[in-house]
Design a protein around this ligand. Structure first.
Ligand code: PHB
Length: 405
């Protein structure tokens, strides 16, 4: 037996485990995303972000080893996500839960998260009241009250619009988008003349009848929220097909209608679109430049991360922070949550912080316009930046965020 082998066996005897397990404490993360069904197109951009973080920031993760256990939340109605959450907590005995693209998945899982007493990091779902449903929820994504509120304000102040029609996907984040846009627009002198529920979060509806109704009402702006993915492309194409721009109606929305990874596929119809969001791939800051370069190196020159990728990236960074702050005892959910209250991070989207009161993210919102660059590709130009925006539903304590009487 060689000296090296003897040394390796001795080390194994001391650690009492397999090679490699000696120093690394394994941390199990249960990741719940839609791998099948209408949301399946959104999950790879989050998975890729989580993989990339582990590769690039391997040194930061040490001495821990992250094991990601994936489960499929299927249709965006909460049923499978709730079962997944239960199974991951009780059978797989994960230390942390993460993921949830669709709000119904996080809403339905909340009681299970509370019973399981583990940190759960929401990486996308954006209905404001979700973080009120469990003390173990921490959100690194966004709320629709952040983007839609700023868009409502800027529709009045920047675009000088007087009238708006809102079209929204008829489920909790869509209702938040409507309420937030309407509140801010009307407090700044505008009037929402119609609010059109435009299908559910599942299969992409034909937007023609909804947008035709809006066109016939001649508003200054059409404000749209749909969940990112194929629905976004259909929104932009239908707006163009109905000649709404020529009719003098400006399409606005949350950034969900122009996700970066789908922008090139939208073609010239997207040019001129005005949205508010916390991220676009063209953001000019050192973290985003490094993020985009690493992404293209890993996944190809034409690959582009989007806001869902950034929610996952920031979410993994949050988990790694909690791991170190709790000295590996991240399975103590209360301690893990506490360690994230007030946590600050230099994200590709700009500086972020977890609000210690609400466990929601505080971040910049950007007023963006789509344009065609000299490279022939579509890009987003930042027209204005709004710093440290909190969830306005909780800040104003209105609607579903009002204190219970
Ligand atoms: C949500 O269900 O909360 C959701 C899904 C997709 C988005 C935004 C919000 O693009």
């Amino acid at each position: 037996m060689s000296k090296r082998m003897i040394a390796a066996l001795a080390a194994l005897a001391v650690s009492g485990g397999a090679p490699g397990a000696a120093s690394a404490q394994e941390v199990k993360i249960g990741l719940i995303l839609p791998y099948t069904g209408p949301g399946a197109e959104l999950s790879p951009n989050m998975d890729r972000a989580i993989d990339l973080y582990q590769k690039l920031d391997a040194a930061q993760i040490k001495p821990f080893k992250l094991t990601i256990i994936k489960r499929d939340s299927k249709a965006p109605n909460g049923a499978a996500a709730k079962v997944d959450t239960q199974e991951l907590l009780t059978q797989e005995k994960v230390d942390v839960i993460a993921g949830y693209i669709y709000s119904p998945d996080a809403i339905a899982s909340a009681p299970v998260i509370t019973a399981g007493k583990r940190l759960a990091v929401i990486m996308n779902a954006g209905t404001a009241f979700i973080t009120n449903l469990s003390p173990y929820y921490v959100r690194t994504s966004f709320t629709l009250w952040q983007s839609s509120y700023v868009m409502g304000e800027q529709a009045a102040k920047y675009l000088h619009a007087k009238t708006a029609v809102v079209a929204y996907t008829d489920y909790p984040p869509g209702k938040d988008a409507l309420d937030a846009f309407k509140y801010a627009f009307e407090h700044n002198g505008g009037k929402v003349i119609d609010a059109i529920p435009a299908g559910g979060p599942g299969a992409t509806p034909d937007f023609t009848p909804f947008f035709q109704r809006a066109k016939d009402e001649h508003p200054n702006v059409l404000f749209v929220f749909v969940p990112a993915g194929d629905q976004a492309t259909a929104v932009v194409k239908t707006y163009a097909a109905l000649g709404m721009k020529a009719a003098g109606i400006q399409l606005t929305g949350t950034g969900d209608i122009v996700p970066d990874n789908m922008l090139q596929g939208m073609g010239d119809s997207a040019i001129g679109l005005i949205t508010v969001h916390h991220y676009n791939a063209d953001l000019d800051n050192p973290q985003n430049k490094a993020f985009i370069a690493a992404w293209k190196k890993a996944y190809g020159a034409d690959a582009t991360p989007d806001f869902t990728s950034v929610g996952a990236w920031d979410g993994i960074a949050a988990i790694v922070h909690a791991l170190h702050a709790t000295k590996g005892k991240i399975d103590d959910g209360a301690a893990a949550v506490k360690s994230l209250e007030g946590w600050k991070f230099a994200s590709p989207q700009g500086p972020i912080e977890i609000d210690p009161q609400t466990r929601d993210i505080v971040m910049n919102e950007y007023l963006d316009q789509v344009y065609k660059g000299s490279d022939g590709k579509l890009h987003e130009k930042v027209l204005a930046t709004f710093h440290n925006v909190k969830d306005q539903c909780k800040a104003l304590a209105i609607g579903p965020c009002a204190p219970k009487k």
